[in-house]
Design a binder for this molecule. Structure first.
Ligand code: TSX
Ligand code: MN
Length: 654
């Protein structure tokens, strides 16, 4: 294809009907001539031609010893689980119901942003035109030639001695017009089991391909051909020195090598549902966003659907499963990580959750911070890099109050006899995960699989901002709201490669997940207002993390009390008057407009204040950031919004 990563392979169509269930491949030119690889499960012959070609090309490239065509069934999952248990890859958690623990090689514990690339003909398609000498943080581009070279030193023969698993999957409800299909090839059955939780893994996808539906091609290898040259740690196959995650948006292709971990290996999630999908969405006029989707119902029974984008370590999953403290209110969850949204023929913004499970950060999750998640992962779940209690339960940092301290823990590194308060180091890796089916969530919304999606009436951006940023701000309009998203920043997380307590930019919470030039992305968002039929949702910014300037304590109790902010947002959607006061940075709740009944003392004056000196500096920093990182690709409308907000901030009288 167009500048693509092309394999000189084709299916052997001359050899007549294939009666043996094998994948016949001919490499062109043929170093080894024609050969066949046994299909150890499933029937290759009945697959649609486009899938056969994709598989055969990559069989010829990766040289697996067998092909295992997955059907997503329970029996299949049991077979693969048993095999992983017998090899010591998975450990059964006897205290729980059908739950397993995986320990990775400690060198393979997170997404690797530095090895993640978007590959296009032109650099400017993938990343903004940054200022000379500036390192862009909004994604990385690799040329087609370089990518072809890098893949050519990794993929040939990379699955030798291993099975190639073939996963037909759907992102979003099967049959929804908002959904997309993919086929992932992988040589690690842990990935199969995780993809079975996180996506709709179903042979029905073959039928869609047969009638011509486009599918995203996902190729994943841990990069450990047999016989192994590198000694496995924890029996976890990976090749950390050679990790490379490449996306070819023009070809709807993802090639990921060297890592078995989450975002590097479950290609339906970040690679497909965000990076590739954001490109598809741009081409086709929709949105693929790093957002939770929730519904909020007030005591009168009025329901609203909200999407919200938060950088990591802001409690996005907790928010998606919030337990309201105000009587009569109800929150239901549609998704905790990704939203695909499109305006329908009546101009309503329809959203689906493309995923089928939650792949959440474990540490910090407990019966106080997220009782709903705790219930969700009690069965049929896979835990990665958490601690294991001596009675076959799970343990991680933040779970101390849910745990009997006399029970010993085996740490994620396999160290036995670790005890709370005594043990050296941590029980769980800070980026350890639970992976559980969304269907088990006790507050999953009845419409979570509705093919039409749900109607989004508000978009919330949020960050972890210890200083200067009020609890909640409503944007002055769509363009100002897009600026709020573009200027999103948050106190940095320990989960990623970046560390420390600095405030980092994470525009739209999409910094690690942009599939194309962020300037073009902003243009796309702005362009949504050009269709007069579109009912644009209101845009808000929230900050649960502001600290008291004197005591250093959190000014806002957060968690279930956040329903008070959602209540105000719902009333704003209804157009209720008298709820706001104008400020330099947007509309704030008018005194008395937030329902604070039953809350202890909250210093609302400090919580809502807009300090002039802080915001003058912040606007200057934002202007600098956008100029440096988006440069000439920054839409004039956004530059103008920055300019106007700066003028308003300069006029603050304190
Ligand atoms: O998830 C959080 N949310 C959203 C919940 C719906 N967290 C945890 C973030 C880490 C991933 C929060 N932490 C929230 C919040 O609203 N707020 C805070 C800060 C905070 C922490 C503790 C207390 C109050 C605020 N109070 C006590 O510990 C008693
Ligand atoms: Mn996420």
């Amino acid at each position: 294809g167009k500048g693509g990563y092309s394999l000189r392979t084709r299916l052997d169509s001359q050899s007549g009907p294939v009666d043996k269930n094998t994948v016949q491949v001919i490499t062109v030119p043929a170093p080894e001539g024609s050969y066949a690889v046994p299909v150890v499960k499933g029937d290759f012959n009945i697959l649609p031609q486009a899938a056969k070609i994709f598989i055969a090309e990559h069989v010829a490239l990766c040289k697996p010893r067998g092909i295992y065509i997955c059907d997503g069934s329970e029996e299949e999952a049991q077979e693969l689980t048993d095999k992983l248990v017998s090899r010591g890859n998975l450990e059964k958690l006897h205290k729980m119901d059908n739950c397993y623990l995986a320990r990775t090689d400690p060198a393979d514990v997170a997404r690797v942003e530095s090895k993640t690339f978007i590959v296009t003909e032109e650099r400017s398609e993938s990343v903004p035109d940054v200022a000379e000498g500036v390192k862009g943080i909004l994604g990385q581009w690799m040329s087609t030639d370089d990518a072809t070279k890098e893949l050519a030193i990794r993929f040939p023969g990379c699955m030798a001695g291993r099975n190639m698993y073939v996963l037909p999957f759907c992102m979003g409800p099967l049959g929804s017009p908002l959904s997309r299909i993919g086929v992932q090839l992988t040589d690690f059955s842990y990935v199969v089991l995780s993809m079975r939780v996180m996506t709709r893994l179903s042979p029905r996808v073959w039928d869609s391909i047969r009638v011509g539906e486009e599918f995203v091609k996902c190729v994943h290898s841990v990069g450990c051909p047999r016989p192994e040259t590198r000694k496995l740690v924890n029996n976890w196959p990976c090749n950390p020195e050679q990790i490379l995650v490449t996306h070819f948006p023009d070809e709807r292709l993802i090639m990921s090598y060297g890592s078995g971990y989450g975002g590097n290996s479950l290609l339906g999630k970040k690679c497909f549902a965000l990076r590739i999908a954001s490109r598809l969405a741009k081409e086709e006029g929709w949105l693929a966003e790093h957002m939770l989707i929730m519904s909020v119902t007030n005591p009168a029974g009025e329901e609203k659907f909200i999407a919200a984008a938060f950088p990591s370590a802001c409690g996005k999953t907790n928010m998606a499963m919030l337990q309201p403290t105000l009587p009569g209110w109800k929150v239901q969850c549609i998704g905790d990580d990704i939203a695909w949204m499109r305006f329908d023929s009546e101009g309503r913004l329809r959203a689906i959750n493309p995923e089928a499970g939650f792949f959440g950060v474990a540490p910090g999750t407990n019966t106080k911070t997220n009782p709903v998640a705790v219930q969700t992962y009690q069965r049929n779940s896979i835990f990665t890099n958490v601690g294991m209690t001596d009675d076959g339960g799970i343990f991680w940092e933040g779970m101390e109050k849910d745990h009997d301290p006399s029970v010993g823990v085996t740490t994620w590194l396999g160290q036995q006899g670790w005890k709370v308060g005594e043990g050296e180091g941590k029980a769980a890796h800070p980026n350890s995960r639970f992976c559980c089916p969304a269907s088990q969530c006790p507050i999953i919304h009845p419409k979570w699989q509705d093919p039409e999606g749900v109607v989004i009436e508000a978009i919330i951006f949020g960050g972890r901002r210890p200083r200067g940023v009020p609890l909640v701000i409503e944007s002055l309009g769509w363009e100002h709201g897009v600026l709020m998203g573009a200027a999103l920043k948050s106190e940095a997380t320990a989960a990623a490669e970046h560390r420390g307590n600095t405030i980092m930019h994470d525009p739209m919470a999409m910094r690690p997940f942009m599939g194309y030039n962020f300037g073009h992305y902003l243009e796309h968002w702005l362009g949504l207002q050009d269709n007069p039929d579109n009912k644009l949702p209101k845009i808000f910014h929230v900050n649960w993390f502001r600290l008291d300037d004197n005591s250093g304590k959190f000014l806002w109790p957060g968690f279930g009390e956040n329903i008070r902010v959602l209540d105000w947002i719902c009333r704003r959607i209804n157009g209720e008057e008298g709820l706001t006061v104008e400020s330099a940075i947007g509309l704030l709740p008018a005194p008395g407009a937030l329902d604070l009944q039953g809350l202890g003392a909250v210093d609302m004056e400090q919580l809502m204040s807009v300090p002039k000196d802080y915001w003058q500096e912040d606007m200057e920093e934002t202007r600098h950031f956008l100029q440096q990182q988006v440069g000439r690709d920054l839409p004039a409308v956004i530059a103008q919004q920055v300019h106007e907000q700066s003028l308003r901030v300069n006029q603050i009288t304190e």
